[in-house]
Design a protein around this ligand. Structure first.
Ligand code: PXP
Length: 241
């Protein structure tokens, strides 16, 4: 059936939070994404609540008809929230307050014990766990050792490659990590920085069963919907009733 597309609606919430209004609502965007064929909705509830709010998670848990993937930091506060709302999957990501977006993968190899404990805790609550890692074989092996159900391979370096040689090298790392993860029996997702120009090489990797894409889709939606939005405003102005 091909790769599952998980649409990340964080940046719809970013736009809403810029004005602290109630629109655009990521819950509406999620429903529209599902109607268009997305098979997962992905959100990152950040510690500083800069975009997705607890209210979004609560409503999305009730309304998402496909899968709800909650990206979160590996903290006690977030584990408690995951237990309360029971997303289908939790993706553990590293998180720093000052970063613009998630910058690197989770350092699993260096903190196996604490991550294993959090994974066990979440799995005891029947929540599947994915680890967002760099496409690095040590991180893949460590993810398997801590009993992760899945990994999500960080595609940021591939997407940001400045020339073809660098891009080919980064792509090869993703292919190797995907193959190794699948061989160890883990599900394999990929994401970060994927857009309309660079997605196809990743979509061709057989071992990858899911892509999580946010910024490019939300950015595209603003532009492809812009003309219609202006027209609709003009119609109201021309026919004020
Ligand atoms: N996957 C993970 C784990 C992420 O942290 C993000 C960014 O929130 C994405 C996918 C989506 O990245 P982008 O917005 O660049 O498509």
């Amino acid at each position: 059936m091909g790769q599952r597309l998980g649409v990340n609606v964080d940046h719809v919430a970013t736009l809403r939070q810029a004005r602290r209004t109630v629109y655009p609502d990521p819950v509406t965007a999620a429903a529209m994404a599902e109607l268009a064929g997305a098979r997962q909705i992905t959100i990152h509830l950040r510690e500083d609540r800069r975009h997705i709010q607890d209210r979004d998670l609560r409503i999305l848990r009730e309304t998402v008809q496909t899968l709800l993937n909650l990206e979160m930091a590996a903290t006690a506060e977030m584990v408690k929230i995951a237990y309360e709302y029971k997303p289908d999957v939790v993706t553990l990501v590293p998180e720093r307050r000052e970063e613009l977006t998630t910058e690197g993968g989770l350092e699993v190899a260096g903190q196996r014990e604490s991550i294993a404990k959090i994974i066990k805790n979440l799995k005891d609550g029947e929540i599947a766990v994915s680890l967002f890692i760099d496409p690095d074989l040590d991180q893949v092996r460590a993810s398997h050792k801590v009993n992760a159900d899945r990994v999500e391979l960080h595609t940021g370096r591939y997407c940001e490659a400045r020339n073809e040689k660098e891009r080919a090298r980064e792509l090869a790392r993703i292919v190797d990590a995907a193959k190794a993860s699948a061989k160890l029996g883990m599900g394999v997702a990929a994401g970060h920085g994927l857009n309309y120009d660079n997605v196809q090489a990743i979509a061709r990797i057989q071992e990858i069963d899911e892509l999580n894409i946010g910024h490019a889709i939300v950015g595209r939606a603003v532009l492809v919907g812009f003309e219609r939005a202006v027209r609709e405003m003009l119609e109201l102005m021309r026919d004020p009733g």
